[in-house]
Write a protein that binds this ligand. Structure first.
Ligand code: CA
Ligand code: CA
Ligand code: CA
Ligand code: CA
Length: 431
């Protein structure tokens, strides 16, 4: 049905088209279509899967194609309850037209509204997102169904971050049900990637690469994991794997920093750092993994740890290469005296931590909580800051809290700073 047109409309359109598109102007696109389709006129400033000029129905893929083509940083907003399912098959393509969603320019993809978290389901076609260049922020949604296990394309089941990426921030994300040869959820080659207030769970590495692979996260660049939880990841078929791996690139070193985070209940090793890599662990809780909690493997590695608890892992809490350079000062705890805590001062080797199994409180990330009788409470570094405790805990609660009320406020060892009002667990549930 034709509608009458305002005679001014063509001139307004001419005016808009005549405006120079400045790189300083950020475009904002809202995903209105949960199906999978490409933008038919990339770079015209509009997200539209139809041939008409101007805006139109906008899929996530179309919005990314448009923002890649448009100079400057752009923002894509997702809407509550959207389940965006990829269906345009064709792995190994790097322009975002088939398979994974390729990102080549500065971009934020956000869900900031209230309501049900959106889901991006890669539907087994390939991984979900590949960051080739540019800065990227992903915030507030779920990624599932990613599969990076095809030959030559085995990196990062949900997200792969390349060498030429800029700052990549993954915040308030949940990555689950993804698989890969290397990094079931996330693979990072990038120089500045942050995994914050996020979860990676129920991801897998596919078989054939048992020692060098990783079921949740694999880092070969610089990666910070903070206020996050990584749990219930495994090898294919429920076999053992390394949940979080830090492995040097062919030239250079890898740096992984784990702060205020929980790594628990994975099938296999919790965290492994290999060869010329640096692993820094602060105020974190690494417990109840089915093999070793932390393994430092090979030569020339560096391992620094502070205010952290490595405990109740099924095989042993730590396996540390005799070639590793250690800085284990201070206030660390293990439960089987395998973490070389005598190499640092003020540590607590061979202690029963009295932690709960994983629990989610207030919808935030999973954590293993100290019971009120736990020796972790008020046992951390007496100061806050660069040499002491982190200023907040996994849930962004300010540290320190004086749990026992003795007037000496100390932070707690591990990811959680317990407040005395948090007595809501069955006291008989203990790791
Ligand atoms: Ca367009
Ligand atoms: Ca752009
Ligand atoms: Ca790609
Ligand atoms: Ca405390």
């Amino acid at each position: 049905m034709r509608t009458s047109r305002n005679p001014l409309y063509p001139c307004l359109l001419c005016l808009l088209l005549a405006l120079p598109i400045s790189s300083a102007i950020a475009a904002n696109f809202t995903v209105t279509l949960t199906g999978d389709a490409v933008d038919l006129n990339a770079g015209n400033g509009f997200c539209n899967i139809l041939p008409q000029a101007g805006p139109g129905p906008c899929s996530l893929r179309a919005a990314i194609i448009e923002s890649n083509a448009l100079a400057g940083a752009d923002t894509i907003s997702l809407q509550a309850g959207e389940v965006i399912t990829l269906s345009l098959a064709g792995a190994g393509e790097d322009a975002g037209y088939s398979g994974d969603l390729d990102i080549t320019d500065n971009l934020s993809i956000l869900f900031l509204a209230s309501g049900q978290r959106p889901v991006v389901d890669a539907n087994g076609l390939e991984r979900a997102f590949q960051v080739l260049s540019g800065n990227l922020t992903l915030l507030g949604f779920d990624i599932t169904g990613g599969d990076a296990s095809v030959p030559g394309d085995g990196f990062g089941g949900a997200i792969a971050v390349g060498f030429d990426a800029g700052n990549v921030e993954l915040a308030f994300m949940r990555l689950y049900g993804n698989r890969a040869q290397f990094g079931g959820a996330l693979y990072n080659d990038g120089p500045d990637t942050e995994f914050s207030a996020s979860e990676a769970y129920d991801n897998q590495h596919v078989t054939g690469f048992p020692d060098s692979s990783s079921s949740a996260i694999r880092n070969r660049g610089t990666l910070t994991i903070q206020n996050s939880s990584i749990f219930d990841n495994s090898g294919e078929g429920g076999n053992g794997a390394i949940a979080v791996a830090n492995f040097p690139p062919n030239a250079g070193t890898a740096l992984m920093t784990i702060i205020n985070s929980t790594i628990a209940d994975n099938i296999g090793i919790g965290v492994e750092s290999e060869d010329a890599s640096t692993l820094v662990v602060r105020n974190s809780t690494i417990v109840a993994n089915s093999a070793t909690g932390i393994r430092i493997q090979g030569a020339d590695g560096t391992f620094q740890m502070r205010n952290s608890v490595i405990a109740k892992n099924d095989a042993q809490d730590c396996t540390i290469s005799s070639d590793a350079s250690l800085n284990l000062d201070r206030y660390n705890m293990d439960s089987d005296n395998t973490c070389r805590l005598s190499d640092g001062s003020s540590n607590y080797p061979d202690v029963e931590p009295y932690l709960t199994p994983l629990k989610r409180r207030d919808g935030a990330t999973m954590a293993s909580w100290p019971l009120t009788i736990s020796p972790l409470l008020d046992a951390g570094h007496p100061t806050i800051g660069s040499i002491g405790c982190e200023a907040e805990d996994q849930y962004f609660v300010d540290r320190p809290i004086d749990f026992d009320g003795n007037g000496n406020a100390r932070c707690d060892v591990g990811a959680i700073e317990l407040d005395s009002d948090v007595i809501f667990f069955d006291p008989f549930e203990i790791l």
